[in-house]
Design a protein around this ligand. Sequence first.
Ligand code: SAM
Ligand code: SF4
Ligand code: SF4
Length: 372
Amino acid sequence: MGEKVIALSDLRASADIPEIPSDLSPPNGLIADALGRPLRDLRISVTDKCNFRCSYCMPKEVFDRDYRFLPQDALLSFEEITRVARLFVQHGVVKLRLTGGEPLMRKHLDELVRQLAALRTPDGQALDLTLTTNGSLLARHAQALRDAGLSRLTVSLDALDDTVFQRMNDVGFPVADVLAGIDAAVACGFGPIKVNMVVKRGTNDHEIVPMARHFRDRYGPRAVLRFIEFMDVGTTNGWRMDEVLPSSEVLRRLSAEWPLHPLQAAAPGETAERWAYDDGAGEVGFISSVTQAFCRDCNRARLSTEGKLFTCLFGSRGHDLRHLLRHGHRDEEITAAIGALWARRADRYSEQRAAGTLPAGERRVEMHYIGG
Ligand code: SAM
Ligand code: SF4
Ligand code: SF4
């Protein structure tokens, strides 16, 4: 008790400078990692700052007034982000997700969305361009994001009850303002909107059924509520297995209210297991990274706010792509370096945790820094 947990500024600094391979042949979009997994999804953290202090992500005791967020010149510029994204697209990425921190705290984000929306896959298709937000600033920005070409939105909301929600965001932010953000987004034509609820046993699990009822009744198929198992990301959130409510238990509680049936995954590597209400009132999702690891199909890479590539959410060491960007390397060189890093990737943290075979003493980077 009482000992201050130091956040991982040291891990933020821990990165290698990727080697440029001698073979610079152009990518064919078919790259696979060491476990045969393709590269399809890039998550981009656009800021490490946030106006919430969710205890499971940025606990107040750690991310306080003394915590040093990244200086502005450390952040990748919009042009740098777009350049990296374009190189990833050549390797087969078809989905980009903007995240953070709270991405809507990055000024003029709609400008970045506009640049990313102009990217095309090698066969000329637009990308699936999406954003995860806590919803606090969404009512203000929804229309501009839509106009800039954002295809989809995920809003995080952990409870409908104000006391529970304010305790979880730990800055006293009211539920009504997040709900207003979701309403504004639906009114702008976004849909179906995903709503992410992190479930912590004993904290907000009594909100599961009220949340499901609210989104069913108000939006039907235009909103998809997804229940996320509380994960042991980072090292500061005090994670304990007994606070994880398994998705199977969430499903049991929902099924007691409304009959549900399973649906096929929408895309290979999809993180959520999908279930639909039998009465046609839409669907729900379960992200069960603790009780049902899904590393086998994991096709996601993450780009930190300062341009480090992480090949697993639970990684401890990034690969400094910003160094390559800012030291005059050509597109072909950076593309080849990304390809070589992906080809070596063997991460399967959640499976190893489930099997009890995690290497001892591994430290993990914080989630607000590499994005969820
Ligand atoms: N600030 C934005 C938000 O909250 O939506 C985007 C960044 S946040 C890191 C991305 C997602 O990660 C959110 O849906 C959040 O609830 C989830 N998340 C953060 N910490 C988590 C944890 N320990 N376990 C499970 N999900 C977590
Ligand atoms: Fe902020 Fe999102 Fe983390 Fe909550 S989950 S502290 S809103 S980055
Ligand atoms: Fe992917 Fe790592 Fe999560 Fe496994 S633990 S699903 S490899 S991000």
